[in-house]
Design a protein around this ligand. Structure first.
Ligand code: ZN
Length: 263
């Protein structure tokens, strides 16, 4: 029996002589794998729907515990992303993170919606790349249930001071005054008493405000924030990236690629 599903291609890998293995993000079933027979042949009728970043409707049938692509149509191929190396590298990182934070057989409607919005933003150049990247990273943190508590200083409970330190591994913040008092004013050791790494990052009021906004905003409004000061932007970006990588406990080759491109 033929089935059909809407989804976004997160990954395409060549297999066999002429085939492709597609990793597709769907709203209701999370990540699914489709085998596209003959998809690398120029004569293939599914050639145009088997490209990375394509959002479309995929028709398939099931046989031998696998899903075989039998047809489909593209709603949006985000084709022009591939014409610019920086856009391509950022989009590649975004879909690799999407792939990591979803699983098979789980609801992924928010991740799909956010990833489509993000690719659209990249393609149309609607926001600066740092903003798109930081927002997606903190979205990934939040949708994975790993959000830090940025509401107030973990020690004194103050929530509106001008300088904070984010404690990445504990998912909390500490105001600059409490930070000074802690450890008798000495810099914190690299490892704490439980041999966990101390990763502390400075967050000023405007970087903190943006991080709080992203973590609580609905997907449709997530890019609607501004940070103008260069230092605050840098702090926000470093925090978002460091937090995500440390909580997912991995690196992304696409992130290294993006960094090499923007250098
Ligand atoms: Zn404090």
């Amino acid at each position: 029996m033929k089935k059909a599903v809407d989804g976004l291609i997160l990954r395409e890998a060549p297999i066999g002589e002429n085939d492709k293995l597609l990793t597709v993000l769907t709203a209701e079933e999370g990540r699914i794998t489709l085998t596209a027979k003959g998809a690398r042949s120029m004569r293939s009728k599914v050639l145009s729907v088997c490209r990375l970043f394509t959002y479309g409707n995929f028709e398939y049938y099931e046989k031998n515990d696998r899903r075989w692509l039998s047809g489909g149509s593209a709603n949006n191929s985000f084709f022009s992303i591939c014409e610019d190396l920086e856009r391509f590298s950022l989009a590649s990182y975004i879909v690799q993170v999407a792939d990591d934070i979803t699983g098979e057989g789980v609801d992924a409607s928010d991740v799909l919606k956010m990833t489509l919005n993000t690719l659209y933003c990249i393609e149309k150049g609607l926001k600066p790349h740092w903003q798109i990247k930081a927002a997606y990273e903190l979205f990934a943190v939040s949708v994975s249930g790993m959000s830090p508590d940025l509401s107030e200083c973990d020690l004194c409970g103050e929530g509106d001071k001008s300088e904070y330190w984010a404690d990445v591994m504990n998912g909390s913040i500490m105001c600059a005054e409490c930070m000074k008092k802690k450890n008798g004013g000495l810099p914190l050791p690299e490892l704490d008493e439980y041999s966990a790494r101390n990763i502390l990052m400075p967050l000023d009021a405007s970087a903190l405000c943006a991080a709080r906004y992203i973590l609580s905003a609905p997907v449709s409004r997530i890019f609607a924030f501004t940070v103008t000061d260069t230092e605050s932007i840098e702090r926000l970006c470093k925090f978002a990236e460091t937090y995500l990588l440390n909580h997912l406990e991995r690196n992304f080759d696409t992130l290294d690629f993006y960094k090499a491109v923007v250098k």
